[in-house]
Design a binder for this molecule. Structure first.
Ligand code: 5GP
Ligand code: MN
Length: 319
């Protein structure tokens, strides 16, 4: 079975680096810590380090969260680099250095745009989450409650609580197997997904209030600028959920949400309901993701960016 490969490689390696994508989300943090916990539980003698950009504190209930290192310049080299939930090399950000200097590597991912950048690659675009896919690589009886919490968290976040169209029978089977490990799933859902700080609610309210419909009400758009983020004292991860709220507007096919990362540089998030493949739209501008959830970074004024995106979306709507 191909899935044996992960543990075979881990067994053969003395030192292991685990890396995931920039702006790590629940599936990224969950999959990286699931693998970290599983390997350290099975092989306590091995050196295992996890490298990610600073992860949102809402995931701090996951075991070994505090071990995540956000410094890409340690100069350390590893026998094996495990890349999780990142559709391409660039999405690893500065932590790509650990992939480039490792003796060998394995990439496990579920992005349709993934071309396979590891020495070994396991990409299944029909898996709801990297965490769902990961389950095939682990021995059921060796999955601890702590590893189950990581896997459940990843699936929960990439399916928006088991309701996005990427949720399958398999998704629920894996989530069910994690529940059987005795995890407090309702607490995990509330604490890591639904709970919002006061300012997170405020900025979401403002983004929704200022949103505009276009393309005959089939698209909705909103933007948060750097000055707004500074005013509310929020960072990018505080904007989670805004684009999903825009998507459920009646009649809307595509929701677009922009937030400014640098002067005139915007992170674009897109969500689609039925008619449009937003992964194609994002890929066209150098980004990627999934058919119904994608992202890209673009430069210009919000109006220019919107016009460029609208052209590609309209093509598909008329298609
Ligand atoms: P989000 O809008 O939540 O940031 O991202 C939605 C999906 O698109 C995620 O699966 C994410 O990995 C992917 N994605 C977001 N931004 C980018 C990007 O700049 N490049 C690529 N390749 N994928 C992205
Ligand atoms: Mn994912």
């Amino acid at each position: 079975m191909q899935e044996r490969k992960l543990m075979e490689l881990a067994e053969a390696a003395g030192t292991i680096a685990i890396v995931g994508h920039v702006r790590p989300d629940g599936d990224c943090v969950g999959s990286c810590l699931a693998v970290c916990n599983y390997i350290t539980e099975q092989y306590p003698e091995k050196t295992v380090d996890v490298y990610l950009e600073t992860p949102p504190v809402k995931f701090s209930y996951l075991k070994q969260f505090e071990r995540i290192c956000s410094d890409p310049e340690t100069g350390k080299q590893y026998d094996l680099c495990i890349c999780l939930d990142s559709g391409d090399r660039e999405r690893l950000g500065k932590n790509v250095v650990y992939l480039d200097t490792a003796k060998t590597s394995i990439c496990i991912d579920h992005h349709i745009t993934n071309q396979g950048y590891g020495a070994a690659n396991f990409v299944k675009a029909d898996a709801s989450a990297t965490c769902e896919l990961l389950y095939d690589f682990l021995d059921e009886e060796k999955i601890s409650k702590e590893v189950a919490e990581c896997i459940y968290t990843g699936i929960l976040h990439d399916t928006n609580v088991f309701k996005n169209s990427n949720t399958t029978e398999r998704t629920m089977q894996v989530a069910g197997a994690m529940m059987a490990k005795g995890i407090n799933f309702s607490r995990i859902i509330d604490e890591s997904f639904y709970k919002k700080t006061y300012v997170q609610n405020q900025i979401m309210g403002r983004a929704v209030l200022e949103s505009v419909l276009f393309l005959d009400g089939k698209c909705i758009f909103s933007v948060v600028r750097k000055q707004d983020m500074d005013f509310y004292g929020v960072e990018a991860s505080d904007l989670d959920g805004i684009v999903d709220q825009l998507r459920v507007t009646d009649g809307v096919e595509v929701a677009i949400f922009l937030h400014e990362t640098e002067n005139h540089v915007y992170k674009v998030s897109m969500r689609s309901n039925n008619l449009v493949n937003v992964s194609k739209v994002a890929s066209y501008f150098g980004g990627g993701g999934h058919e119904k959830a994608s992202g890209v970074t673009m430069t210009g004024t919000p109006q220019d960016i919107l016009n460029n995106l609208a052209e590609r979306i309209d093509e598909q709507l008329k298609g």
